[in-house]
Ligand binder design. Structure first.
Ligand SMILES: NC(=O)c1ccc[n+]([C@@H]2O[C@H](COP(=O)([O-])OP(=O)(O)OC[C@H]3O[C@@H](n4cnc5c(N)ncnc54)[C@H](OP(=O)(O)O)[C@@H]3O)[C@@H](O)[C@H]2O)c1
Length: 329
């Protein structure tokens, strides 16, 4: 496992982190608690220390599952969670409906304090290593939001401050008020938008860039063929990224990587993750795993080192083939 700094925080986090959106079941067609706990524990056993969750993942369910899984292992974990998607108030901006509750984007200081206490309780811990803004909202001054986060840092309740789903202008506005350690954005072979401005900004300002959905919800593993069906509220059932044409297009691109996976004896999921963390400015890749087998496979991607020649070849292929596939949001 390789580790890289989370910005200026002094924290070293595994370059492959475990994300826990899928294990909340919400928008993923449900979850299975035992398999989820096994996925988290297998990740830790493989050397993953970065575990990312959020209150919004299953209205607290993912945090509760993480809390159970890390009991007795807390000191091995860089625990990351988020604030700003709330269902205890109707202040801020309406975001979406989840589990019969209206979820709002809200980043007021009192609400952040309330959210943090709820997360600490669900995660059975006394501090969060990386506390991140989940989504920006327009009703609270950024000085108030960042002021609240920096107060929590001074109090020892959080160790590092991160942002997420930001424009580069929003990120810079926060960073002018106080130092940021991380930013979390969608980034993968099929969504490289952040290379234009946000990645260079993060590099120049010593902000770790945590790439989320690096497997494009599994599409870039080569394991989602045209016959795979999704059930329940799994977003992949109706989501145009998973249309037959997009699946076929991605499959024909991934087929071109076969000589590389063969020579390294790795899977396509591992190649995709190794490619992601090899991109300039991308410091960490955050990937969901549904079970221990996926978790182990993904963790071992952190040991794969691609040559410059292989990266150049992949660059040519991706530029030609990975275009026109819808982004997550
Ligand atoms: N800040 C934000 O707004 C935001 C948004 C999205 C995600 N994230 C974070 O990023 C994390 C990862 O993103 P994501 O869940 O959207 O997508 P992802 O990591 O690109 O895809 C994960 C899915 O791919 C499949 N998979 C994982 N490993 C696999 C393997 N080795 N072989 C085959 N299939 C595999 C699993 O689904 P199946 O087994 O069901 O196919 C899994 O749920 C999230 O958990 C969350 O922590 C943050």
């Amino acid at each position: 496992m390789q580790y890289r700094p989370l910005g200026q925080s002094g924290i070293e986090a595994s370059i492959v982190g475990l994300g826990t959106w899928a294990i909340s079941g919400w928008m993923w067609g449900g979850t299975e608690e035992t398999a989820s706990i096994q996925a988290i524990q297998a990740s830790i056993d493989e050397g993953i220390n970065l575990i990312d969750t959020a209150p919004a993942y299953g209205l607290g369910l993912a945090e509760e599952i993480v809390g159970k899984a890390i009991a007795g292992r807390r000191q091995k974990v860089i625990l990351a969670t988020k604030c700003g998607l709330v269902w205890h108030t109707t202040r801020g901006q309406y975001h979406m409906e989840e589990g019969g509750k209206a979820v709002y984007r809200f980043l007021g200081a009192d609400s952040i304090r309330y959210e943090l206490e709820q997360s600490l309780r669900r995660l059975s811990t006394d501090h969060i290593d990386l506390y991140q803004v989940h989504w920006q909202e327009a009703t609270t001054p950024i000085e108030e939001t960042l002021g609240a986060l920096l107060d929590l840092k001074r109090e020892g309740k959080i160790r590092a401050v991160g942002m997420g789903n930001m424009t580069v202008e929003q990120l810079a506005a926060y960073n002018r008020v106080g130092p940021l350690d991380t930013d979390q954005e969608e980034y993968s072979m099929i969504n490289r938008d952040q290379e234009a401005a946000l990645l260079p900004y993060c590099r120049a300002n010593n902000i770790a860039m945590i790439a989320y959905s690096p497997l494009a919800q599994g599409l870039l593993t080569g394991k989602i063929g045209t016959d795979r069906q999704f059930s329940g509220d799994d977003l992949r059932r109706t989501y145009s990224r998973f249309d037959r044409t997009h699946r076929e297009k991605v499959a024909s691109m991934l087929a071109l990587f076969e000589p590389i996976t063969r020579s390294h004896r790795i899977t396509l999921a591992q190649l995709t993750l190794a490619w992601t963390t090899a991109q300039r400015g991308v410091t960490h890749a955050l990937v969901s795993a549904r079970n221990a087998q996926q978790a182990r496979e993904n963790a071992r991607a952190a040991d794969v080192v691609l040559s410059q020649e292989e990266l150049n070849f992949m660059e040519d292929v991706i530029r030609l083939h990975a275009v026109g596939i819808p982004h997550l949001w």
